[in-house]
Design a protein around this ligand. Structure first.
Ligand SMILES: C[S@@+](CC[C@H](N)C(=O)[O-])C[C@H]1O[C@@H](n2cnc3c(N)ncnc32)[C@H](O)[C@@H]1O
Length: 381
C-alpha cells in the first residue's frame, strides 16, 4: 500500500478534479448564467526590472496600485466571494513597495495567495512570502548565470538563487506545507543543452517542482523562434530528463501546442493545466465547440485598475471591461455588471479572442460542455 497517497501536492493542490470545488459556478455558467470570479490576477505594478525577449506582457508603463486602492479592492473582492488572488503579471509585482504587506493582508482576509515572480526581490521578502503565499512560482528560464542573463537581460541570478534557498529553508523551519514552491523554465530550442541544468537546479534547491515549457509565441503576436522539428526535439529532451530524473522534485512538462503546431499534426498530448482536447490537429476544446463559457471564473486587474476578462487579453484595450475608480463609485462589481462587459462577453462566448488563447480554462470549458449536454447514462456509475 502507498501510504503517501493523498498527501502530496500532486494529489491535492494539483488534483485534476479540483473543479469539483467550483461545481455550483460551473452549473450556473452551463445554464447560461453569470458568476463572480474564483480567482483574480492582481497586477501591483506594470513595470519590470527584467527584459525577457519573449515576454507576454512587454508593454510596460510606470503604474503602481495605491495601498488605499488595494485595501478597498480586497475588501470588495472578499464580499464577492472571490477565493484566490494571484500576484503574477503586468510586470514584476514584488517591486511594489507594499508587496509584503499586501500579500499578508490578502492572507488575513482569507484569500488563497499565489505569487509568480522573477525572484529578484525574494531575498528581502522571503518571510512574507512563506507566511502568506499558498504557492510561489519563480520564473527562472535560464538555469545558469549566462543563460539567465541572456534571456532576462539582468545580472541577479545569484541573488535569485539565494532568495529561493531562503524561502525553502524558512518554510522548512516553520514546517509549513505552503507555499508550494516551483521553478518555471520557458525554453526554446536554443536552450536544448540546458534542460538537464534546469532539472538539476530544482533538485539542488529542493523545490517541489520544476516546470519545463516551450514559450508562447503566436498567441502573443510573435513569430516562433523554433521550427517544428526543433520544438519536437526540445519536447523530447523535456521527456527524457523527466524520465531519467531520480530525485524528489516533481518534473512537470507543459506540452504547449500552438494552433500552428496543432495543424501540423506533429504534436499532441495534454498539458498539466489544460484540458484533454490537446490532440493532433485540435488545440483545446474551444476550437471544437467555438465556445468559451468558463471565462468569468478568472479576471485580471491591472496596475491602472483596468479589468480584463482573461489573462490572455491583459493590456489589449479592445477587450478591457472598464476601469475601477472608487472615487467615482465604480468598483469591481459595477464593472462586472456593466453593459460594456455584456458586450465583451458575447464576443468571448463566441471565442472571437481565440487567436490570443493559451487555453488556460480549457478543463473548465470541458466540464461546462458536459453539463450543457443531455444527461444520458447518468444512472450508471
Ligand atoms: C509575464 S511574467 C510576469 C511575472 C513576473 N515578472 C515573472 O517573471 O514571473 C508571468 C509569467 O509569464 C511567463 N511568460 C512570459 N512570457 C512567456 C511566454 N512567451 N511564454 C510562456 N510563458 C511566458 C513568465 O515565465 C512568468 O512565469
Amino acid at each position: 500500500m502507498d501510504t503517501s497517497f493523498g498527501k502530496s501536492f500532486a494529489d491535492i493542490e494539483l488534483n485534476r478534479y479540483k473543479f469539483v470545488s467550483h461545481i455550483e459556478k460551473l452549473k450556473e455558467l452551463a445554464r447560461g448564467g453569470d458568476v463572480y470570479p474564483v480567482t483574480i490576477e492582481l497586477d501591483m505594478v506594470d513595470f519590470c526590472n527584467h527584459d525577457c525577449w519573449w515576454c507576454v506582457d512587454p508593454n510596460h508603463g510606470n503604474n503602481s496600485l495605491s495601498p488605499e486602492f488595494v485595501s478597498r479592492l480586497l475588501q470588495e473582492l472578499k464580499s464577492l466571494e472571490v477565493k484566490g488572488i494571484v500576484y503574477k503579471g503586468g510586470g514584476e509585482g514584488m517591486l511594489h513597495s507594499a508587496f509584503a504587506e499586501t500579500i499578508r493582508d490578502s492572507k488575513d482576509l482569507g484569500f488563497e495567495v499565489g505569487v509568480v515572480t522573477n525572484g529578484s526581490r525574494l531575498k528581502t521578502a522571503y518571510k512574507a512570502v512563506v507566511q502568506s503565499a499558498d504557492y510561489l512560482r519563480v520564473s527562472i528560464d535560464g538555469p545558469t548565470e549566462e543563460t539567465h542573463r541572456r534571456l532576462h537581460k539582468s545580472r541577479d541570478f545569484l541573488d535569485i538563487i539565494e532568495g529561493i534557498r531562503q524561502v525553502v529553508s524558512y518554510r522548512e523551519e516553520l514546517q509549513n506545507r505552503h507555499p508550494i514552491i516551483g521553478l518555471s523554465f520557458a525554453m526554446d530550442f536554443s536552450m536544448l543543452e540546458f534542460v538537464r541544468d534546469a532539472v538539476e537546479m530544482g533538485d539542488d534547491l529542493r523545490v517541489d517542482y520544476v516546470l519545463l515549457r516551450p514559450p508562447f509565441f503566436e498567441e502573443v503576436g510573435r513569430e516562433s523562434s523554433m521550427t517544428l522539428e526543433g520544438k519536437k526535439e526540445l519536447m523530447q529532451a523535456f521527456e527524457t530528463e523527466k524520465a531519467t530524473y531520480k530525485g524528489t522534485t516533481t518534473i512537470m512538462i507543459d506540452n504547449w501546442t500552438s494552433d500552428t503546431d496543432a495543424r501540423s499534426g506533429v504534436f499532441s498530448g495534454a498539458s498539466p493545466r489544460r484540458g484533454a482536447y490537446s490532440k493532433i490537429n485540435v488545440n483545446g476544446i474551444e476550437h471544437v465547440t467555438g465556445r468559451c463559457h468558463a471565462s468569468p471564473l478568472l479576471a485580471v486587474i491591472t496596475a491602472e485598475g483596468e479589468v480584463y476578462p482573461c489573462c490572455n487579453l491583459r493590456f489589449i484595450k479592445k477587450w478591457s471591461l472598464g476601469k475601477i475608480d472608487y472615487t467615482r463609485g465604480v468598483g469591481f462589481a459595477e464593472i462586472w455588471q456593466s453593459e460594456r462587459r455584456k458586450q465583451v462577453m458575447e464576443k468571448i462566448h463566441k471565442t472571437e479572442c481565440i487567436s490570443h488563447c493559451t487555453h488556460p480554462l480549457s478543463r473548465y470549458n470541458e466540464v461546462i460542455e458536459y453539463l450543457r449536454s443531455p444527461r444520458y447514462h447518468n444512472g450508471f456509475v
